[in-house]
Design a protein around this ligand. Structure first.
Ligand SMILES: C[S@@+](CC[C@H](N)C(=O)[O-])C[C@H]1O[C@@H](n2cnc3c(N)ncnc32)[C@H](O)[C@@H]1O
Length: 344
């Protein structure tokens, strides 16, 4: 089902799956030494998924196969400039590794750091115009290049628009280390398009015992049996007011910039075997923090499509793409599966 708020023209264009406005010659050999078969294809290839079976997904989900630049050209031609509330971006990390896994592979090997940074800069600069005036861009990276990417993003988005570096902290195998200690976090660098951009407060559950330990206060019980501790208003006012535990615990703990979310373990149901697949829970949090239902979310290097698997059931309008056909096939299959099984 397509977005009812879209203009008729845009709807027509989006329905037009095999668009012919931009064509690229792609030449492929089936095997080395074999006669080459020259296949002319149009990129990006577009699929629009809609889910009439599910009451929750009445918004469009566009899946694109092609290079990020081709996807952005296609979107630009269809009036998407300035329309995305969130661009989540999880590019290669400059890890130097050949990322190969049972269900896909991509290269994260670069001739030099400079070439990697040129790649990121070129795509970042092209992404910026697609953000809505109140939108956010989230660049997912790790220690290999995060320090350069922060500066690069500040140049393109404005230092004053940098909002947070979220640390995604995870567990996993730890080794005795003598060169460097175990690195168990990624960074999510968040910039806003302008100072008008607003986040949605989100809360974790408080652990009751942890909260009491942290407050370093004795727990009292009032005449109705309700537990409370003293709240203080600064020096000399340590018994200023009562904090009722049930109220604090019910409200929850406003999230901070360190997120403890487990990586996908080998037996997890959501694991699809694509290298560097991110947990749905992580993307659900990013999407919930930075967007409202009905708003557009873009991921032009979507890998196995985790952004869509998280965002679509939350009723966000989604555009996903990847240059790797294996990734796109997994993405489509995961999204289609959502209609069969709501809880991936
Ligand atoms: C780190 S992975 C993304 C993983 C994804 N977040 C997930 O949960 O599965 C990076 C992806 O970028 C894709 N990629 C690399 N260069 C690209 C380009 N120029 N255009 C589009 N996709 C690209 C790779 O194919 C790979 O799937």
């Amino acid at each position: 089902m397509l977005d009812s708020t879209m203009s008729g023209e845009l709807q027509k264009q989006i329905k037009f799956r095999n668009h012919k406005t931009k064509s690229h010659q792609r030449y492929s050999c089936t095997k080395p030494g074999q006669k080459c078969s020259f296949i002319r294809q149009h990129f990006p290839r577009i699929r629009i998924l809609s889910d009439s079976k599910s009451s929750s997904r009445t918004v469009p989900c566009i899946v694109m196969q092609g290079k990020a630049g081709e996807q952005l050209t296609w979107l630009g031609q269809r009036g998407f400039v300035g329309r995305f509330q969130l661009v989540y971006w999880d590019p290669p990390f400059f890890s130097g590794k050949e990322r190969a896994a049972p269900n896909g592979s991509f290269s994260d090997q670069w001739p030099s750091l400079q070439e990697y940074l040129n790649f990121i800069r070129e795509h970042f600069a092209r992404i910026v115009p697609f953000l809505s005036p109140t939108g956010f861009v989230v660049l997912h990276c790790d220690y290999h290049a995060s320090h350069y990417l922060k500066i690069l993003g500040d140049e393109l988005m404005g230092y004053e628009n940098f909002r947070n570096e979220v640390i995604w902290h995870y567990t996993g195998r730890r080794q005795k280390a003598i060169v460097r200690i175990n690195s168990k976090h990624d960074s999510l660098l968040i910039w806003a398009k302008s100072d008008e951009a607003r986040m949605n407060p989100i809360f974790d559950n408080w652990d009751r015992d942890y909260y009491i330990r942290m407050k370093k206060q004795q727990v009292h019980v009032d005449e109705d049996g309700r537990e409370w501790i003293w709240g203080h208003k600064g020096k000399g006012q340590s018994h200023a007011y009562r904090i009722y535990l049930e109220e604090v615990l019910a409200q929850g703990r406003a999230v901070d910039s360190v997120w403890d979310i487990p990586i996908i373990n080998t037996s997890a149901r959501e694991r699809v075997g694509y290298p560097t697949q991110k947990p749905v829970k992580l993307l659900e949090r990013v999407v919930s923090l930075l967007t409202q239902p009905g708003e557009w979310v873009l991921d032009v290097m979507a890998g196995s499509g985790t952004t869509g698997v998280a965002a679509w059931p939350l009723e966000r309008r989604v555009c996903l793409g990847d240059s790797n056909p294996e990734a796109v096939a997994i993405t489509v299959s995961r999204l289609k599966n959502l209609s069969v099984n709501e809880n991936v």
